[in-house]
Design a protein around this ligand. Structure first.
Ligand code: TRP
Length: 449
């Protein structure tokens, strides 16, 4: 079978790989996590730090994942074992386990967005969006939509890289860009949009100096770029040596930032034009599932159209991200246990579905899992990958990353690797320290009740 051993699946086109990687990056993180974090972290101050982190930490780390993945021609466990050595296979397993954990609660949130999109289309937004969210975010409905979303994810991953992931990304990603851009143009017409823009775009110097805003911006960059868990590494393992890796990493990183930025141009004007600032800070999911729907509700018919478009874009983003997480686990099972793709994907999806029942029944568990996997494990993975890629196999990376790159991009490789060696590890280590502290506090609070 073509799914195991000698002939691995592969991307068919350059655009296919870039859109699949951008599809992994662009997701709930861009539209939900980003606008929430930006409103917490002083709007523009957060946005500025975030673009800085994307360029300084994100591009070098993504390149490290691309390089190890393509050279290893295997899922993270096998790629790290081949390229770095037997012990680093553990880092690959960390990625597989972390991806599984993130996928399990990510699918629950994605399930909410599916429900909201269907409701917007068929029945309209409810008057009391807070009560509605309370009723559908945990329990039987949340579990059912989570399972449904996972089945859709599974069907795409089962169809393979070229026939499934690439095909879906080539259609869905342009559709998503189009919808988000259209929404941003519409948002200009809102009364009071100006106040939203000014909070979003004028930096507050105080927040720029605040270390916790720095930490949040770095953690958000890793999450949003799908780094640290081997997702980008897995995709790159399906590439040949013609692909221009430094250029691809740069395009994917800027695309991801671009979508988050433009989504902010939608969210901030809507929130401010309806005076809903309070509802945003109230909970991590407040902006997306409570404040925005109540604004859409207040707008009447146009709100239903715009609201449907907004939630459809979220579903699309969530789906192309979820397939990348399921692919990490699937590819690990295929390469490590030599099982066919269908078996591997089904086993991975069943595990993620079962794990996801916990956050589907209790949103506190969801928050806890996001802290442990979406923040702590992710940053830990990023630090280990920076050290492995930048220090342990630097020579191989220099050669691998230049292969297939045009002369100009090849000339950037040593510079980017120098940043990966000297700049990335200390910053990520500092971020890890603070997020470890926060994770411990969260876990302790959770078990104390
Ligand atoms: N980047 C995605 C988002 O912004 C989420 C995501 C996909 C992810 N794959 C990942 C996060 C791997 C961490 C690791 O929504």
């Amino acid at each position: 079978m073509a799914t195991t051993g000698a002939s691995r699946d592969a991307f068919g086109t350059r655009a296919g790989f870039i859109l699949a990687a951008a599809g992994s990056a662009v997701g709930l993180g861009n539209m939900w996590r980003f606008s929430y974090q930006a409103s917490e972290g002083g709007g523009a101050a957060f946005v500025l730090l975030y673009i800085g982190m994307t360029i300084i930490l994100g591009i070098p780390l993504m390149l490290a994942e691309f390089g190890i993945g393509r050279r290893g021609q295997s899922a993270p466990v096998g790629a790290l074992r081949r390229v770095v050595g037997p012990h680093s296979a553990l880092v690959g397993w960390l990625g597989a386990v972390g991806s599984l954990l993130i996928l399990s609660y990510y699918s629950v949130i994605a399930g909410w967005t599916v429900r909201y999109a269907l409701e917007a289309l068929f029945v309209g937004f409810p008057g009391d969006t807070g009560a509605h969210f309370g009723a559908v975010s945990a329990g039987g409905s949340a579990a059912a939509f989570h399972v449904g979303f996972m089945v859709a994810t599974l069907l795409i991953v089962m169809a393979g890289i070229k026939g499934g992931i690439e095909r879906v990304s080539l259609v869905l990603m342009p559709a998503l860009f189009f919808i988000v851009a259209g929404l941003a143009v519409w948002a200009v017409t809102l009364d009071g949009a100006g106040e939203g823009y000014s909070v979003y775009l004028k930096p507050d110097v105080g927040d720029l100096m605040n270390p916790s805003v720095w930490r949040a911006a770095a953690a958000q960059a890793f999450f949003s770029l799908s780094l640290g868990m081997g997702a980008m590494m897995t995709f790159a393992s399906y590439l040949d040596r013609q692909a221009n890796l430094p250029q691809s990493a740069t395009i994917v990183a800027y695309t991801d930032f671009g979508v988050a930025f433009v989504a902010g141009l939608v969210v901030f004007p809507v929130i401010f034009s309806f005076g809903l600032q309070g509802a945003v800070g109230a909970s991590t999911v407040g902006a997306l599932f409570i404040a925005l729907p109540s604004a859409f509700d207040a707008m009447g018919a146009i709100g239903r159209v715009v609201g449907t478009a907004f939630f459809v874009a979220l579903v699309v983003g969530a789906l192309t991200s979820a397939i990348s997480m399921l692919e990490v686990v699937t590819a690990s099972f295929i390469d490590e246990f030599k099982v066919p793709r269908r078996t591997a994907a089904t086993a991975a999806a069943i595990l993620a579905t079962l794990l996801g029942l916990l956050p589907a029944l209790d949103t506190d568990v969801l928050g806890l899992m996001d802290k442990i996997a979406g923040e702590f494990l992710l940053v830990l993975g990023a630090l280990l990958l920076a050290i492995l890629g930048g220090w342990l196999v630097r020579k191989q990376m220099l050669e691998e990353l230049a292969a297939g790159a045009s002369p100009w991009w090849a000339a950037q490789v040593p510079r980017i690797l120098a940043v990966l060696r000297f700049v990335v590890p200390p910053i990520v280590a500092a971020v890890l320290f603070f997020s470890a502290r926060e994770t411990v506090t969260t876990v302790v609070d959770f078990f104390r009740g």
